[in-house]
Ligand binder design. Structure first.
Ligand SMILES: Nc1ncnc2c1ncn2[C@@H]1O[C@H](COP(=O)(O)OP(=O)(O)OP(=O)(O)O)[C@@H](O)[C@H]1O
Ligand SMILES: [Mg+2]
Length: 251
């Protein structure tokens, strides 16, 4: 795997009307690294990642991907570059099966111009993606809304990976999951590294962040309040960074 940074976001500013959602934010992501992005509600986490995925545009700042400045004007362009975001609401179609969801919007067709879905081929490729990621879905023909929350999350991650991204962003991947499912999703997140994918995980659950992240970024009121190597910090310190206001005594 290559060394160094695959991504840098530099001096990012974003306002919504008078509200400063992001102020001079800098982050880096290394090849094969997982970073955790934490912070209180409204800290700016989703906004920062939506800028990276092309859903929002920064007012100021640069994005450097593989040492080149890129302009991520839309989610489609993010995808072309190799950046996928799994949103909290997953954006899956509940009444379609697993292969249909994996290939949503790019169904395999027999001839250009003919809208015949090659069901067999899609199923085969879907199974292939699931098995490469060791995602355990017993019957892929099952409709998405019949799967557990963790399995749905896994399918959404599988869909992201099927675009062969270099970076996968996940917004709260373990929210609303049963305890037994959380670990599976975290294991899947760690497995992305084996596929040469770097990841950014937004989470309120510090236990989860400490399981998957190599490095942790803390956002507070739209600014970076701290960056820590996971091995050199602990939950108490990260919580302080998340919530302690300037001027407050450090314990
Ligand atoms: N499209 C928008 N229009 C107006 N304000 C927005 C928009 N998107 C985000 N904001 C505001 O920007 C700030 C940062 O929001 P953001 O969603 O990035 O926070 P967050 O850290 O993801 O919070 P949470 O943990 O609650 O998801 C908030 O004050 C939010 O209300
Ligand atoms: Mg958010």
């Amino acid at each position: 795997m290559e060394k160094g940074n695959i991504l840098e976001m530099k001096n990012i500013h974003k306002g919504f009307g008078g509200l400063k959602a992001l102020v001079d934010v800098n982050i880096t992501l290394k090849y094969g690294e997982v970073i955790g992005l934490v912070g209180d509600n409204a800290a700016g986490k989703s906004t920062l990642m939506k800028i990276l995925s092309g859903a929002y545009h920064a007012d100021e700042g640069k994005i450097i991907f593989k040492n080149e400045e890129v302009s991520i004007a839309s989610p489609r362009i993010a995808r072309q570059i190799g950046i996928e975001m799994v949103y909290q609401d997953l954006e899956l179609c509940p009444n379609l099966d697993v292969p249909a969801n994996l290939f949503l919007g790019r169904e395999i067709i027999t001839k250009p111009g003919f809208k015949f879905l090659k069901k067999r081929k899609m199923e085969g490729e879907a199974l292939d993606i699931l098995s490469r990621l060791k995602i355990d879905v017993k019957n892929p023909r099952i409709k998405i809304d019949k799967l557990s929350g963790g399995q749905q999350q896994a399918v959404a991650i599988g869909r992201a990976v099927s675009f062969e991204p270099k970076i996968v962003i996940m917004d709260e991947p373990t929210a609303n999951l049963a305890v037994v499912e959380i670990d599976k999703v975290l294991e899947l997140t760690l497995r992305l590294k084996d596929h040469g994918i770097s990841a950014i995980v937004i989470s309120h659950r510090l236990d989860d962040v400490f399981k998957v992240a190599d490095r942790i970024y803390v956002l507070k009121h739209g600014r970076i309040a701290g960056i820590r190597e996971k091995m050199e910090t602990n939950k108490e310190e990260v919580i302080k960074l998340m919530f302690m206001e300037e001027g407050e005594q450090r314990a």
